[in-house]
Design a protein. Structure first.
Length: 297
Protein backbone atom coordinates (compact mmCIF):
# COMPACT_ATOMS: atom_id res chain seq x y z
CA UNK A 1 0.00 0.00 0.00
CA UNK A 2 1.38 3.38 -1.04
CA UNK A 3 1.76 6.06 1.63
CA UNK A 4 2.03 9.76 0.66
CA UNK A 5 3.37 12.46 2.99
CA UNK A 6 4.75 15.98 2.77
CA UNK A 7 8.53 16.10 2.66
CA UNK A 8 11.48 18.17 1.49
CA UNK A 9 13.49 17.49 -1.62
CA UNK A 10 16.08 19.60 -3.34
CA UNK A 11 15.24 23.29 -2.94
CA UNK A 12 11.55 22.92 -2.10
CA UNK A 13 8.70 20.84 -0.79
CA UNK A 14 7.74 17.54 -2.35
CA UNK A 15 5.38 14.58 -1.80
CA UNK A 16 7.19 11.49 -0.52
CA UNK A 17 5.79 8.17 -1.74
CA UNK A 18 6.55 5.05 0.32
CA UNK A 19 5.72 1.52 -0.83
CA UNK A 20 5.09 2.54 -4.43
CA UNK A 21 4.89 -0.47 -6.83
CA UNK A 22 7.51 -0.55 -9.55
CA UNK A 23 6.37 1.13 -12.76
CA UNK A 24 3.24 2.62 -11.18
CA UNK A 25 1.65 5.67 -12.82
CA UNK A 26 1.71 8.50 -10.26
CA UNK A 27 -0.18 11.72 -10.74
CA UNK A 28 -0.87 14.69 -8.47
CA UNK A 29 -3.97 16.85 -8.95
CA UNK A 30 -4.82 20.20 -7.33
CA UNK A 31 -7.99 19.95 -5.26
CA UNK A 32 -9.81 17.12 -3.56
CA UNK A 33 -10.34 13.64 -4.95
CA UNK A 34 -13.87 14.55 -6.10
CA UNK A 35 -12.55 17.46 -8.17
CA UNK A 36 -9.35 15.76 -9.37
CA UNK A 37 -11.00 14.17 -12.38
CA UNK A 38 -12.01 17.54 -13.79
CA UNK A 39 -8.51 19.08 -13.53
CA UNK A 40 -5.29 18.28 -15.37
CA UNK A 41 -2.47 16.76 -13.30
CA UNK A 42 0.33 18.94 -12.02
CA UNK A 43 3.57 19.12 -13.97
CA UNK A 44 6.50 17.61 -12.10
CA UNK A 45 8.96 14.76 -11.86
CA UNK A 46 9.68 11.73 -9.67
CA UNK A 47 13.05 11.59 -7.94
CA UNK A 48 14.51 8.58 -6.13
CA UNK A 49 15.38 9.15 -2.44
CA UNK A 50 16.60 5.86 -0.94
CA UNK A 51 13.73 3.36 -0.98
CA UNK A 52 11.18 6.14 -1.61
CA UNK A 53 10.19 8.29 -4.56
CA UNK A 54 9.48 12.00 -4.25
CA UNK A 55 7.14 13.97 -6.51
CA UNK A 56 8.77 17.35 -7.12
CA UNK A 57 6.35 19.85 -8.73
CA UNK A 58 7.43 22.14 -11.53
CA UNK A 59 5.64 24.96 -9.73
CA UNK A 60 5.59 25.17 -5.95
CA UNK A 61 2.65 23.88 -3.93
CA UNK A 62 0.35 26.63 -2.63
CA UNK A 63 -0.30 27.12 1.07
CA UNK A 64 -3.84 26.31 2.16
CA UNK A 65 -4.58 24.13 -0.89
CA UNK A 66 -5.50 20.43 -1.10
CA UNK A 67 -3.77 17.97 -3.44
CA UNK A 68 -4.86 14.48 -4.51
CA UNK A 69 -2.30 11.75 -5.25
CA UNK A 70 -3.40 8.94 -7.57
CA UNK A 71 -1.57 5.68 -8.25
CA UNK A 72 -2.59 3.88 -11.44
CA UNK A 73 -5.75 5.96 -11.58
CA UNK A 74 -6.84 5.26 -8.00
CA UNK A 75 -6.80 7.89 -5.28
CA UNK A 76 -4.03 7.07 -2.80
CA UNK A 77 -4.10 10.17 -0.57
CA UNK A 78 -5.42 13.71 -0.19
CA UNK A 79 -2.84 16.04 1.33
CA UNK A 80 -3.59 19.53 2.61
CA UNK A 81 -0.99 22.25 2.74
CA UNK A 82 -1.12 24.16 6.05
CA UNK A 83 -2.19 27.81 5.78
CA UNK A 84 0.58 30.40 6.03
CA UNK A 85 1.45 31.54 9.52
CA UNK A 86 1.59 35.20 8.69
CA UNK A 87 0.11 38.11 10.55
CA UNK A 88 -2.75 39.96 8.89
CA UNK A 89 -1.64 43.41 7.73
CA UNK A 90 -4.36 44.56 5.33
CA UNK A 91 -6.99 46.96 6.65
CA UNK A 92 -9.82 49.20 5.51
CA UNK A 93 -8.41 52.68 4.97
CA UNK A 94 -11.63 54.46 4.08
CA UNK A 95 -15.36 54.17 3.54
CA UNK A 96 -17.12 56.70 1.30
CA UNK A 97 -19.18 58.78 1.50
CA UNK A 98 -17.61 60.53 4.47
CA UNK A 99 -20.58 62.81 5.09
CA UNK A 100 -22.49 62.15 8.32
CA UNK A 101 -25.82 62.14 6.46
CA UNK A 102 -26.70 60.60 3.10
CA UNK A 103 -29.89 60.86 1.05
CA UNK A 104 -32.49 58.12 1.16
CA UNK A 105 -31.81 57.44 -2.55
CA UNK A 106 -28.13 56.68 -1.95
CA UNK A 107 -26.95 54.52 -4.84
CA UNK A 108 -23.39 53.50 -4.03
CA UNK A 109 -20.61 53.47 -1.46
CA UNK A 110 -16.89 52.83 -1.77
CA UNK A 111 -14.56 50.81 0.45
CA UNK A 112 -10.80 51.39 0.24
CA UNK A 113 -8.24 48.79 1.34
CA UNK A 114 -4.54 49.16 2.09
CA UNK A 115 -3.55 46.26 -0.20
CA UNK A 116 -4.99 44.34 -3.20
CA UNK A 117 -7.89 42.09 -2.27
CA UNK A 118 -9.28 38.71 -3.32
CA UNK A 119 -12.51 38.45 -5.28
CA UNK A 120 -15.56 36.57 -4.12
CA UNK A 121 -15.79 37.75 -0.49
CA UNK A 122 -17.81 40.97 -0.78
CA UNK A 123 -21.26 39.36 -0.67
CA UNK A 124 -20.48 37.55 2.56
CA UNK A 125 -18.51 40.25 4.36
CA UNK A 126 -20.00 43.62 3.34
CA UNK A 127 -23.46 44.50 4.65
CA UNK A 128 -25.75 47.33 5.67
CA UNK A 129 -26.90 47.00 9.26
CA UNK A 130 -29.17 48.90 11.63
CA UNK A 131 -28.00 50.14 15.01
CA UNK A 132 -29.40 47.01 16.67
CA UNK A 133 -27.14 44.86 14.50
CA UNK A 134 -29.85 43.48 12.22
CA UNK A 135 -29.00 43.35 8.51
CA UNK A 136 -31.04 45.44 6.07
CA UNK A 137 -32.23 42.62 3.82
CA UNK A 138 -32.18 43.19 0.06
CA UNK A 139 -30.39 46.54 0.32
CA UNK A 140 -27.31 45.66 -1.73
CA UNK A 141 -27.34 44.60 -5.37
CA UNK A 142 -26.74 40.83 -5.62
CA UNK A 143 -24.12 40.20 -8.31
CA UNK A 144 -21.62 37.49 -9.13
CA UNK A 145 -19.19 40.11 -10.43
CA UNK A 146 -17.63 42.49 -7.90
CA UNK A 147 -16.79 46.06 -8.90
CA UNK A 148 -13.07 46.66 -8.28
CA UNK A 149 -10.70 49.30 -9.57
CA UNK A 150 -7.58 48.23 -11.48
CA UNK A 151 -5.50 47.99 -8.29
CA UNK A 152 -8.17 45.87 -6.53
CA UNK A 153 -8.01 48.22 -3.56
CA UNK A 154 -11.29 50.09 -4.07
CA UNK A 155 -14.57 48.20 -3.99
CA UNK A 156 -17.77 49.81 -5.25
CA UNK A 157 -20.75 48.74 -3.17
CA UNK A 158 -24.02 49.22 -5.07
CA UNK A 159 -27.40 49.47 -3.43
CA UNK A 160 -30.07 47.77 -5.52
CA UNK A 161 -30.86 50.27 -8.34
CA UNK A 162 -34.23 48.61 -8.94
CA UNK A 163 -35.34 49.84 -5.50
CA UNK A 164 -33.91 53.32 -5.96
CA UNK A 165 -34.93 54.31 -9.47
CA UNK A 166 -38.49 55.56 -9.51
CA UNK A 167 -40.87 53.79 -11.86
CA UNK A 168 -39.23 50.38 -11.61
CA UNK A 169 -41.23 47.50 -10.05
CA UNK A 170 -38.68 47.04 -7.28
CA UNK A 171 -39.13 50.60 -6.09
CA UNK A 172 -42.89 50.52 -6.44
CA UNK A 173 -43.22 47.26 -4.52
CA UNK A 174 -40.56 47.57 -1.79
CA UNK A 175 -39.52 51.23 -1.76
CA UNK A 176 -36.06 52.52 -0.93
CA UNK A 177 -33.68 50.20 0.94
CA UNK A 178 -33.00 53.06 3.36
CA UNK A 179 -35.54 55.05 5.36
CA UNK A 180 -35.35 58.72 6.32
CA UNK A 181 -34.56 59.19 10.00
CA UNK A 182 -33.35 55.59 10.47
CA UNK A 183 -29.52 55.41 10.75
CA UNK A 184 -27.54 52.53 9.30
CA UNK A 185 -23.95 51.29 9.25
CA UNK A 186 -21.90 49.99 6.35
CA UNK A 187 -19.97 47.08 7.88
CA UNK A 188 -16.92 45.29 6.45
CA UNK A 189 -16.16 41.99 8.22
CA UNK A 190 -12.60 40.91 9.00
CA UNK A 191 -13.20 37.64 7.12
CA UNK A 192 -12.69 39.55 3.86
CA UNK A 193 -9.47 38.12 2.36
CA UNK A 194 -6.67 40.03 0.72
CA UNK A 195 -4.80 38.85 -2.39
CA UNK A 196 -2.53 36.72 -0.18
CA UNK A 197 -5.51 34.89 1.31
CA UNK A 198 -5.16 36.56 4.71
CA UNK A 199 -8.06 38.15 6.65
CA UNK A 200 -8.24 41.84 7.52
CA UNK A 201 -6.51 43.09 10.64
CA UNK A 202 -9.87 44.24 12.00
CA UNK A 203 -13.46 44.83 10.88
CA UNK A 204 -14.49 48.34 9.86
CA UNK A 205 -17.71 50.31 9.67
CA UNK A 206 -19.13 53.79 9.13
CA UNK A 207 -22.43 55.03 10.50
CA UNK A 208 -24.79 57.31 8.56
CA UNK A 209 -27.92 59.29 9.24
CA UNK A 210 -30.47 59.15 6.44
CA UNK A 211 -32.07 62.30 5.04
CA UNK A 212 -34.58 62.97 2.28
CA UNK A 213 -34.29 62.44 -1.45
CA UNK A 214 -31.54 64.17 -3.45
CA UNK A 215 -32.60 64.95 -7.03
CA UNK A 216 -30.57 68.06 -7.84
CA UNK A 217 -28.06 68.00 -10.70
CA UNK A 218 -24.39 68.86 -10.43
CA UNK A 219 -23.96 72.57 -11.28
CA UNK A 220 -20.26 73.47 -11.74
CA UNK A 221 -21.24 77.12 -12.35
CA UNK A 222 -22.07 77.44 -8.66
CA UNK A 223 -18.69 76.16 -7.49
CA UNK A 224 -16.24 78.49 -5.83
CA UNK A 225 -12.60 77.83 -6.69
CA UNK A 226 -9.53 78.46 -4.56
CA UNK A 227 -6.37 77.91 -6.61
CA UNK A 228 -2.65 78.28 -5.95
CA UNK A 229 -0.63 80.82 -7.96
CA UNK A 230 0.50 79.59 -11.37
CA UNK A 231 3.82 77.81 -11.38
CA UNK A 232 3.84 77.05 -7.67
CA UNK A 233 3.47 73.89 -5.63
CA UNK A 234 1.74 75.20 -2.52
CA UNK A 235 0.66 72.69 0.11
CA UNK A 236 3.76 70.51 -0.10
CA UNK A 237 7.00 70.22 -2.00
CA UNK A 238 5.36 68.15 -4.74
CA UNK A 239 1.62 68.93 -4.77
CA UNK A 240 -0.44 71.96 -5.69
CA UNK A 241 -3.99 71.94 -4.30
CA UNK A 242 -7.08 73.30 -6.00
CA UNK A 243 -10.26 73.30 -3.90
CA UNK A 244 -13.85 73.83 -4.96
CA UNK A 245 -16.94 74.40 -2.81
CA UNK A 246 -20.55 73.86 -3.73
CA UNK A 247 -23.48 74.74 -1.50
CA UNK A 248 -25.41 71.73 -2.81
CA UNK A 249 -22.75 69.04 -2.85
CA UNK A 250 -20.05 69.88 -0.31
CA UNK A 251 -16.35 70.31 -0.85
CA UNK A 252 -14.19 68.85 -3.58
CA UNK A 253 -10.42 68.81 -3.47
CA UNK A 254 -8.44 68.54 -6.68
CA UNK A 255 -4.89 67.32 -6.21
CA UNK A 256 -2.72 68.49 -9.07
CA UNK A 257 0.49 66.48 -8.95
CA UNK A 258 3.64 68.24 -10.13
CA UNK A 259 7.29 67.35 -9.82
CA UNK A 260 9.38 69.45 -7.48
CA UNK A 261 11.17 71.27 -10.33
CA UNK A 262 8.37 71.39 -12.87
CA UNK A 263 5.94 74.19 -13.67
CA UNK A 264 2.61 73.08 -12.14
CA UNK A 265 0.66 74.48 -15.11
CA UNK A 266 2.33 72.14 -17.60
CA UNK A 267 0.66 69.02 -16.19
CA UNK A 268 -2.81 68.67 -17.74
CA UNK A 269 -4.11 65.89 -15.47
CA UNK A 270 -5.97 66.43 -12.22
CA UNK A 271 -7.02 63.80 -9.68
CA UNK A 272 -10.18 64.35 -7.59
CA UNK A 273 -10.47 63.33 -3.98
CA UNK A 274 -14.04 63.90 -2.78
CA UNK A 275 -14.05 64.46 0.98
CA UNK A 276 -17.82 64.30 1.23
CA UNK A 277 -20.96 63.62 -0.78
CA UNK A 278 -19.72 60.48 -2.54
CA UNK A 279 -23.41 59.65 -2.83
CA UNK A 280 -23.39 61.65 -6.06
CA UNK A 281 -22.94 59.70 -9.24
CA UNK A 282 -19.27 59.52 -10.17
CA UNK A 283 -18.65 62.29 -12.72
CA UNK A 284 -15.56 62.33 -14.90
CA UNK A 285 -14.76 65.97 -15.62
CA UNK A 286 -12.39 66.98 -18.40
CA UNK A 287 -10.33 69.88 -17.08
CA UNK A 288 -8.01 72.24 -18.92
CA UNK A 289 -5.56 74.34 -16.97
CA UNK A 290 -5.04 77.83 -18.28
CA UNK A 291 -1.35 78.05 -18.95
CA UNK A 292 -1.07 81.67 -17.90
CA UNK A 293 -3.23 81.85 -14.80
CA UNK A 294 -3.39 78.26 -13.61
CA UNK A 295 -7.25 78.35 -13.59
CA UNK A 296 -9.83 76.04 -15.06
CA UNK A 297 -11.83 76.87 -18.19
Amino acid sequence: MTEATWSRGGDGDCIRLTGLPAGADVRVFPGTAAAAGSLPPMAGRLERDGADLCFVPRFAFLDGRSYTVTVDGTSAAVLVRPPPERAATTEVTGIRPTAAEVPVNLLRCYVWFSAPMSEGYAAGHVRLARDDGSVIAGALLPSEHELWDASRRRLTVLLDPARIKRGLPGHQEAGYPLRPGEPFRLVVGDGFRDAQGLPLRAPAERRYEVGGEERRHVDPHRWELAVPPAGTCEGSARTARICAWSSEYGSVEVLHAASANADATTNKRARFTLHSSWWLLCHCLSLRLRERHGLFD
